[in-house]
Design a protein around this ligand. Structure first.
Ligand code: GLC
Ligand code: CA
Length: 556
């Protein structure tokens, strides 16, 4: 395998609105990120992905972009971004921006021009169709945020446009070469500024079926999930290959795709040696228990399920390329609240889950606050929702016959709001996120879970993350963790998540994902514990006894 500069990186995701507010207006900003660069350097990261900071009406929190060449004044300016790139570089960190090109905002000038003249050049930047003669939309596709994926075109009541997500996010028509040129031009413009690369949003949906038709309804609303169109969408590789060749490759840029549902057997096309992307996210465990009916119908992911998922994903990528490994992101509940049973949630369990995913093959991503052990919110009423999908999923649950309490519970479990609360820097006002009023509520556990406190405590979750990063970057183990084979160890043993990363030296990672103790056989007679979340160091042999939620990394 040809070595690439991003193979050995540890990445960190920032949700700018909630990371750090430098000017007291309650909204996180680019200058706030610059102020915290030393914190990130000390954590040990080399790639820093920012969720969108472009001008946006924020219908979907910045994933609805109205100008691809700017920075929203709420977040700062282009000059601030230039400074961020330069300051990060001094600390060995490369900035990765979000590329959101399945759709733009309905306030983007392309869409405005398309509304002015749907038959003109900008009309074909979008998917514009006529309503059927009875007024029904062209197809029964449901958007991901609820309701029809078709919306009346402003100024043209007989026509409508397609939006896979929010109605303020019209889908861009990638079949149009002029549109593709615009996108490649924009990517190159940013990369020329010294970016490390892009995280590529919702990219699997840029290819639509040749023929638009209905799919069987999967809810009582008579509609069908938008994801069903993927079955009939063929040939996305032409677009992605072109983007790779025209934009990413010339800059040797890092690219990580949000790809949910590539065709079976297609992984090599995406992340193989000459793949479209450097990496794509592993969503195997994230998807576990998914139900087309909605969040209320999801099956929780128990530790043993979690293990099966990660093993499956690791196997799938074997000999092909690198997944990017996560336990959470801005679209998910907090990983510790999701994969650790609620009555077993504690600092040891948080560290154990961290060790489980961090040393697998692939690029580990840490989502802001994950390194502190930040947890889900508890919702008491719909007034506490912020994200559009929280509202939609609540209504969906009620429509399916859930009580208000059950509907709230399902939102508490899976809402994207969970991950979007302000970063917990201190135990003081607004968790130290802002001197003003935060745009969204702070998780009430901030007095316990915060960076200031954890920096002072050598046993904190934060310090454990720092130690993990230091170990992964240690010259002696780096090649093992980056390129070593992933070999499941004692996979039949329930709630034991263990694997060997082979190399010289080889390393065993063993995680006890339950509160009861259990033992794991040590494959070598002479071995040394390199890292543990419980007091345990030095040589081991024979069997290793793991206390409840203990994780060890052992040099073999
Ligand atoms: C991706 C983003 C998500 C956004 C959606 C539409 O899934 O991660 O936050 O809502 O795409 O852009
Ligand atoms: Ca601010």
């Amino acid at each position: 395998m040809k070595r690439k500069w991003w193979h050995d990186q540890i990445a960190y995701q920032i949700y700018p609105k909630s990371f750090y507010d430098s000017n007291g207006d309650g909204i996180g900003d680019v200058r706030g990120i610059i102020e915290k660069l030393d914190y990130l350097k000390d954590l040990g990261i080399g790639l820093l992905w920012l969720s969108p900071i472009y001008p946006s009406p924020l219908a979907d929190e910045g994933y609805d972009i109205s100008d691809y060449y700017g920075v929203d004044p709420r977040f700062g300016s282009l000059e601030d971004v230039g400074e961020l790139i330069a300051e990060a570089k001094k600390r060995g960190i490369r900035i990765v921006m979000d590329l959101v090109v399945n759709h733009c905002s309905d306030e983007h000038e392309w869409f405005r021009k398309a509304c002015e003249d749907p038959d003109g050049p900008y009309g074909s930047y979008f998917y514009i169709r006529h309503f059927q003669s009875d007024g029904a939309p062209p197809t029964n596709w449901r958007s991901f945020f609820g309701g029809s994926a078709w919306e009346a075109l402003p100024g043209h009541p007989d026509r409508c446009y397609l939006h896979a997500f929010h109605k303020k996010q019209p889908d861009l028509n990638w079949e149009n070469a002029a549109l593709r040129e615009e996108i490649f031009k924009n990517i190159n413009w940013w990369l020329d500024k010294g970016l490390g690369g892009f995280r590529v949003d919702a990219i699997i949906y840029i290819k639509k079926p040749d023929v638009f038709h209905d799919y069987p309804a999967d809810r009582s609303d008579g509609m069908s999930s938008f994801a069903n169109i993927l079955k009939d969408a063929h040939g996305i590789g032409d677009f992605l290959g072109e983007m790779q060749a025209r934009a990413f490759a010339p800059h040797d840029a890092f690219s990580v795709g949000e790809v949910l549902g590539e065709k079976p057997g297609a992984l090599a096309e995406f992340i193989g040696e000459n793949g479209y992307f450097s990496s794509i996210f592993d969503f195997e465990e994230d998807n576990f228990g998914f139900s087309e009916k909605g969040w209320y119908d999801r099956t929780p992911c128990l530790p043993e399920d979690y293990k099966q998922c990660v093993f499956r994903a690791q196997k799938k990528a074997e000999g092909i390329g690198f997944f990017s490994n996560i336990i959470e992101n801005h679209d998910e509940a907090r990983g510790v609240s999701r994969y650790i049973p609620a009555d077993e949630l504690c600092a040891d369990a948080k560290k154990a889950l961290a060790a489980a995913y961090f040393f697998m093959r692939g690029i580990p991503f840490i989502y802001q606050g994950q390194e502190l052990g930040m947890e889900n919110l508890v919702f008491h009423s719909t007034d506490e929702f912020s994200d559009c999908s929280s509202f939609d999923q609540y209504e969906t649950a009620l429509a399916a016959g859930c009580t208000e309490e059950e509907a709230l519970d399902s939102v508490s479990r899976y809402s994207r709001d969970n991950a979007r609360t302000p970063m917990q820097w201190t135990g003081g006002h607004a968790a130290g996120f802002t001197t003003g009023t935060p745009w969204y509520r702070v998780n009430p556990n901030y007095t316990e879970v915060n960076a200031e406190k954890e920096l002072k405590d050598p046993d904190s979750v934060l310090h454990f993350y720092r130690k993990m990063a230091a170990l992964r970057r240690d010259q002696r183990y780096k090649d093992t963790f980056v390129y070593g084979e992933f070999i499941p160890w004692m996979p039949e043993q329930k709630n034991l998540l263990a694997y060997i990363r082979s190399g010289s030296p080889s390393v065993l990672v063993a995680v006890n994902m339950q509160k009861e103790a259990q033992t794991v056989a040590c494959p070598e007679t002479a071995a040394t514990i390199l890292l543990s979340n419980r007091p345990a160091e030095g040589p081991v042999s024979g069997t290793i006894r793991l206390a409840g939620w203990q994780a060890v990394v052992v040099e073999l």
